[in-house]
Design a protein around this ligand. Structure first.
Ligand code: GTP
Length: 889
């Protein structure tokens, strides 16, 4: 027998505890307090009054989330007590007991028996029936499942959440929802909860009736779907599952059905494809099958057309770029390269041969466009009859202060004064002088530096060199350099012995000294023309020019003026008003106004030209210097100028050159190093080993030079191109670049700029302080036996500005770091006038009073040298590290 506590019963009856206790006592039931327990049977007696003053609730849904409930007392005649009892106790009431409840109250345990809805009861059954008849179960279930997540534009916004909620609740159909317990409210609520079927005009009267019934009640139809849901499920459970299933199907089919009305088939397919089944695209008949067919097929590897299998490169290409162009992974290329014995990264530049090997592996071909470029620029040799005499181009060289500039000026002025075109002379880097109706072109950049720099760029401009030697000074270091540079370029020399007006002038002594350098005067039976001149007094200038013309005659200088012009840039600058301005020395052909041209990496069109006197000219023939306006950029001195008729071609070449320049910079490789020497000798690439020797004293320079010359073999001839006392200079590096030479420094160091240039140009500078080592290295390299070398890495240099004597420590130098950095414990060299006077270790490096690890450029510091005290102001301390470099033979 179940029992119930007094307060629970009081709560159920809606009276307070005391009232209930009084009632119980009146009935003869003993209770002590509200916690006392009474029999259920006794309790039931209390629950059945002759007339029930029932507290019911009137509910009004104010908004979708808010329901207003008002308690109201309904005086109703008591229905059969059984049904009343069943409500709270029975969990699964029979379908017969289901009372249509006023809406949501289904959740209330005290659902009132509702006569209000009595008339609707018979309509409750048919509600489900028409839904069950919907023939949408199978196909719609599928489609609904797929499309359920898709935004359905045809659906009213209010219906969407509704729809979704139903879907969510559907799986709970098997168990009684909590809200479903008060069965009485169940079924009639369902149609109200589901306005959609009801909304369909073809739903049948029952449906409409139900919907109408629901609408007739205070509760709004839409929000009440939850209990309705549960109720319907209950109904299904209680009666027959198929009906419920059908309901479920109907439920789910609703969007599908709706969609049918509002969507085009294409919409659905498009969505399905986008959201669920990329690749799904039903078509009509054969087309559909055709489109679907490839899905099943295996991926075919397509072979590019033959034309696409050719990859054009310009000298070099990086691994990454090659991979991209072949459409393969860079890693695959790297793997193949490793098999070929080359460890490469993605940015590693490959030369044409390697790229060809690699490309062949992947079925591609490499075409070197650079060759094409050369071909494009190539000129057909001129027919002998087309060649006409041209004037010679002269460069003046000589030692400092021997009078180069004075001589140039004197020649020019004399010429101007001589009544030539006159006017104000312009500095354009080159000028013409005339003698007896014949022209001579002088390059206005005296010294061998410019000469060699141009040569290093591949330009061969000068026909004749005038070597100026001061009669009072004789042959000096730069005189020797000039001789060597001219010889290396294979340019004939005419010697101008200057300053003969000076009383102390000794031209004979000069001639004597020159013979030591292989220049023997014609007077003495040699083949070198020597003219005694005075720039100051303008003595023998004409004679000198005559000699130049004579030499030109001997050389038989000719060019074809009747073709597109070719020349060399002598000078170039960016003019604020005129843009890039370049002086071109036309070497063959005739340059005309309006010609298109390509110069190095630039192209352009000749918009204006003027000569060295500032006159506008419309054309310039061979050996004529002319200032050109109209280039796209400022070229470098030494760049080759080529005129062409086709603008497109000019632009194309310039672009290709830009690409090539970039690639060459990437592939910066050394011109020739001792390590590569043997390999190159073996390949037959090197027949002459050119060496430049620089040393601290003449004796050692000669000794090194002589020892090296003796290394010449039948296979390789060793040429000492130039040897001199002093540091390795930029000019030496330029000479080495131009002649593919190696520089050997004996007890000297390269100048900072020379070091940088050598690195840029890939010139090998070898420094020694034992002659034997220098000679041995070259010998071993020639024999292919060069062992791993210890190569030093330059760190920086500091100038000694002051010296201090520190007790117990010795001499310390107050230094200023000019370049790079000073590192404590680095190896150092002490240079006085670029000659090494000490080599050892740094013992201390300080800034103010603190020991520091490193001092950068632009800072001052104190440096002490290990066991060396002979420090002087103006000396240079050079710091370096020794690294081991494996010979790459
Ligand atoms: N007496 C005399 N002095 C001359 C003669 N030629 C040049 N000089 C003087 O020598 C000095 C140097 O002349 P430059 O023409 O500047 O010599 P440079 O070779 O061009 O010198 P750098 O440009 O420094 O290499 C000047 O003071 C000239 O006046 C000459 O024929 N006779």
């Amino acid at each position: 027998m179940t029992k119930i506590r007094v307060h629970e019963l009081a709560q159920q009856l809606g009276i307070d505890n005391k009232e209930l206790m009084a009632k119980l006592q009146a009935m003869g039931i003993e209770v002590k307090s509200h916690m006392s327990v009474i029999e259920e049977a006794d309790a039931n007696k209390l629950k059945v009054p002759p007339t029930v003053k029932e507290v019911s609730k009137e509910e009004v849904r104010v908004t979708t989330t808010l329901i207003r409930r008002r308690a109201k007392v309904v005086e109703t005649p008591a229905p059969e007590p059984v049904a009343v009892e069943a409500a709270p106790v029975k969990e699964e009431p029979a379908i017969e007991a289901v009372q249509p409840a006023p809406v949501v109250v289904a959740a209330e345990p005290k659902a009132p028996p509702a006569p209000v809805v009595e008339p609707e009861q018979p309509k409750a059954e048919p509600v489900v029936e028409p839904v069950a008849e919907q023939p949408l179960d199978k196909p719609t279930a599928n489609r609904a499942k797929i499309l359920g997540h898709v935004e359905i534009p045809g659906l009213k916004p209010a219906e969407k959440p509704h729809e979704r909620r139903e879907y969510q609740h559907a799986p709970a159909a098997g168990r009684p929802a909590p809200g479903s317990r008060p069965a009485p409210g169940a079924r009639p609520a369902a149609p109200g909860a589901r306005p959609m079927p009801g909304a369909r005009p073809d739903r049948g009267p029952a449906d409409r009736g139900t919907a109408g019934g629901a609408a007739g009640r205070p509760a709004a139809p839409a929000p009440v779907e939850m209990p309705g849901n549960g109720d319907r499920k209950k109904g299904r459970k209680g009666k027959d599952a198929p009906v419920a299933d059908a309901a479920k199907g109907a439920k789910k089919s609703v969007p599908a059905a709706k969609k049918k009305d509002t969507f085009s088939r294409a919409d659905v397919i498009e969505k399905r494809e986008r959201v669920f089944e990329p690749g799904f695209r039903p078509g009509k008949g054969k087309r559909r099958e055709k489109e679907r067919a490839p899905e099943g097929r295996k991926t075919e590897i397509t072979t590019p057309k033959a034309i696409k299998r050719i990859i054009k490169i310009s000298e070099t290409i990086t691994v990454g770029e090659l991979a991209k162009r072949m459409g393969v992974k860079a890693n695959d290329l790297i793997r193949v390269l490793m098999k070929m014995g080359l460890m490469a990264t993605i940015n590693h530049p490959l030369d044409v041969d390697t790229a060809t090997l690699l490309a062949t592996e992947f079925g591609y071909e490499i075409e070197n466009v650079a060759v094409d470029l050369d071909e494009m620029m190539e000129t057909t040799p001129d027919a002998p009859e087309s060649l006409v005499k041209r004037s010679p181009v002269v460069t003046i060289m000589g030692h400092v202060d021997h009078g180069k500039t004075s001589l140039l000026d004197a020649i020019r002025e004399a010429n101007v004064i001589a009544g030539e075109a006159g006017g104000i002379t312009q500095h354009i880097g080159a000028y013409d002088v005339e003698l007896n109706g014949r022209k001579i072109t002088f390059l206005d950049t005296p010294g061998h530096e410019a000469f060699t720099a141009m040569r290093a760029r591949g330009a061969k401009v000068t026909d004749i060199v005038i070597l100026v030697v001061a009669a009072d000074d004789g042959v000096m270091p730069q005189t020797r350099e000039a001789i060597n540079h001219s010889k290396a370029a294979g340019v004939p020399i005419i010697v101008a012995i200057n300053k003969i007006d000076k009383p102390e002038a000794k031209p004979e002594r000069v001639k004597q000294e020159l013979t030591e350098h292989g220049l023997v005067s014609e007077e003495w039976g040699g083949d070198t023309t020597m003219v005694e001149v005075s720039a100051k007094k303008r003595l023998n200038l004409e004679e000198l020019l005559e000699m130049v013309l004579l030499q030109a005659d001997v050389m038989d200088l000719k060019a074809n003026p009747d073709k597109e012009a070719r020349g060399t840039i002598v000078e170039a600058k960016l003019d604020k008003g005129r843009g890039p301005v370049a002086t071109v020395l036309v070497q063959e052909g005739t340059l005309k106004l309006g010609d298109y041209c390509v110069v190095g990496i630039h192209s352009g069109r000749v918009r204006a030209m003027q000569n060295d006197r500032g006159d506008k000219v419309v054309e310039a023939g061979p050996a004529m210097p002319v200032e050109v306006i109209g280039l796209s950029g400022v070229p470098d001195a030494g760049d080759i100028f080529v005129a062409m008729k086709d603008e497109k071609q000019a632009k194309e070449i310039a672009t290709l050159r830009q690409i090539k320049q970039r690639e060459v910079e990437l592939a910066k490789h050394s011109k020739l190093s001792l390590e590569q020497l043997y390999e190159k000798i073996q390949k037959g690439e090197v027949k002459d080993l050119n060496v430049i020797v620089k040393g601290d004293v003449q004796g050692s320079v000669e000794a090194v030079g002589e020892s090296l010359r003796k290394l010449s073999t039948d296979a390789v001839r060793l040429n000492v191109l130039h040897s001199a006392v002093g540091a390795v200079t930029e000019t030496d590096v330029n000479l080495a670049t131009a002649s593919n030479a190696i520089i050997i420094g004996f007890n000297v160091r390269p100048e900072v700029k020379a070091q940088g240039l050598a690195e840029k140009e890939g010139v090998d500078i070898r420094l020694y302080n034992v002659i034997y080592d220098a000679v041995e290295d070259v010998k071993k390299a020639m024999e292919g036996l060069l062992e791993p070398t210890l190569r030093e890495k330059y760190l920086g240099r500091a100038e000694i500005r002051e010296t201090f004597s520190v007790p117990k420590v010795g001499m310390v130098a107050g230094c200023y770091v000019q370049d790079g950095k000073m590192l404590r414990n680095a190896q150092v060299r002490l240079l006085r006038d670029n000659v090494v006077i000490y080599q050892g270790k740094m013992s201390s490096l300080r800034r103010f009073k603190d020991d520091v690890k490193e001092v950068a450029t632009g800072y001052e510091c104190g440096i002490g040298l290990e066991n060396y005290n002979d420090l002087k102001t103006g000396d240079i301390i050079e710091a370096f590290e020794i690294e081991k470099v494996a010979a790459t033979l």
